[in-house]
Every structure is written in structure tokens, then in C-alpha cells.
Design a protein around this ligand. Structure first.
Ligand code: SF4
Ligand code: SF4
Length: 212
């Protein structure tokens, strides 16, 4: 899932000016992150109107990153969208750009910051799990990603700074190499990490298009 956080209201107001504005949310990741679902869009509408900023309409796209679906859903809101020069989108960076494709003449604003690809670890907690490197190494590392979960992206063992299973960069973080070691040891596969990993080929992370 793509993890986002909502920008604070002051920041949004600063770029928004006087409006009017049309609001867009997303039914998928932004809804699960509580950054761009029905409740958040409703709350934003209320907050803006309280400050005398007109909201010409709002919609939750299903999801915001689906270009053709967006075209179909937004057609029904053409009058409301026409009444506003600004569209404020609460979705991941991908969703915001998908909306921007459709409205070259409008000012597209984003109400969210996109953080990472992660898992829902508990109710409202999200943990970073993948950096979309384009060449997945999880089968080597027992299902734990050192590229993402080690701040130094160490591929050939720990940096030597961990203590009590915690990372030297932040004691709130586990050292992922501790997890990798334990996992491989439990499975009797420690020999896997004897093989020296070459530096990652980051050119594989720059694929700009894929067709299925
Ligand atoms: S190795 Fe690459 S693709 Fe696999 S989880 Fe880590 S960052 Fe993501
Ligand atoms: S302590 Fe572990 S997780 Fe932290 S930087 Fe070093 S190897 Fe990476």
C-alpha cells in the first residue's frame, strides 16, 4: 500500500488562496491511511467553508490512480469542476498526477505527502517495507528487505553498529539484519549470506512504463 500523510491545514491554506476549489479523495490507499477518504474529504470541506473558502464539489475516486475510471467518474461532476480553477487532491503522488493528466487548464494542488510503500502493522500504524528497487532480493534475505529497512541499505551483513537487535541510527527501529540472520538461521540457510551481493543495479528502478 502507498502510505501518505495529510499536509497540515495551514500549508494547504497557504497554497490554496481564496478558492473556489474542487476536492478529490481516493477510495484505496488514501482511505486506508485516513488521508483522503470520505471522512477526511468531508472534514476538509467543512474546514475550508468555515474559513469562507468555497468548495464547488467533491468526489472520492475509485481509485485516483485509474485514468479511464477517473474520466468516467469526473464527467458527472463537470459543472462543479468548471466552477473552480483549483483542484485539491488527497491521494498518493501517483493519484495526483493521474488527475493532473485530465485538467491541463486547472491548478492541481496536493493535500498529501507521499511517504513510502508499506504495510499496515496495527490499526493506524504503517511501516515502510519496499523502495520499488525493480530487482527484488527478498528470496535471498528470508523475506526481509535490507534495501528498505536498513537506513544504510546494507546488502552484505550488518554495519556493526546495532545493539540489542536495534538499529544504531534509531533505537526505535529494529536492525533488519538481526531479523535476516535469525530467519535464515532458523531455516538452516545461513550459507545464503556467504555469497557477496554486488551493488544494486538501480537502472532497474527507472522503468517508466510497463504493459501487461
Ligand atoms: S528488494 Fe527491492 S523490490 Fe524487494 S522489497 Fe526490497 S526494495 Fe522492494
Ligand atoms: S544497525 Fe542494522 S539496520 Fe541499522 S544501519 Fe546498521 S545494519 Fe542497517
Amino acid at each position: 500500500m502507498i502510505i501518505t500523510k495529510q499536509k497540515n491545514l495551514e500549508e494547504i491554506l497557504r497554497v490554496l488562496g481564496n478558492g473556489p476549489v474542487f476536492l478529490i479523495g481516493c477510495s484505496e490507499c488514501a482511505t486506508l491511511c485516513h488521508t483522503g477518504g470520505k471522512d477526511e474529504i468531508g472534514a476538509m470541506k467543512e474546514a475550508l467553508e468555515k474559513r469562507k473558502i468555497p468548495v464547488s464539489g467533491c468526489i472520492i475516486l475509485d481509485p485516483a490512480c485509474h485514468l479511464n475510471n477517473n474520466k468516467r467518474m469526473l464527467k458527472e461532476y463537470s459543472k462543479e469542476i468548471d466552477r473552480s480553477d483549483k483542484i485539491l487532491v488527497f491521494a498518493c503522488g501517483n493519484g495526483v498526477q493521474t488527475v493532473a493528466e485530465l485538467f491541463a487548464e486547472k491548478e492541481i494542488l496536493t493535500g498529501t505527502d507521499t511517504l513510502f510503500l508499506g504495510e499496515i502493522s496495527r490499526g493506524n500504524e504503517f511501516d515502510k517495507r519496499c523502495m520499488l528497487c525493480g530487482e527484488c532480493l527478498l528470496d535471498i534475505f528470508g523475506g526481509f528487505c535490507p534495501v528498505t529497512r536498513c537506513p544504510k541499505s546494507m546488502l552484505n551483513g550488518p554495519c556493526g553498529g546495532s545493539s540489542g537487535g536495534k538499529c544504531e541510527i534509531s533505537s526505535e527501529m529494529e536492525c533488519v539484519w538481526d531479523r535476516i540472520y535469525q530467519q535464515l538461521k532458523n531455516k538452516g540457510k545461513l550459507q545464503v549470506i556467504d555469497v557477496i551481493q554486488k551493488p544494486k543495479d538501480w537502472s532497474k528502478a527507472v522503468e517508466m512504463k510497463r504493459r501487461v
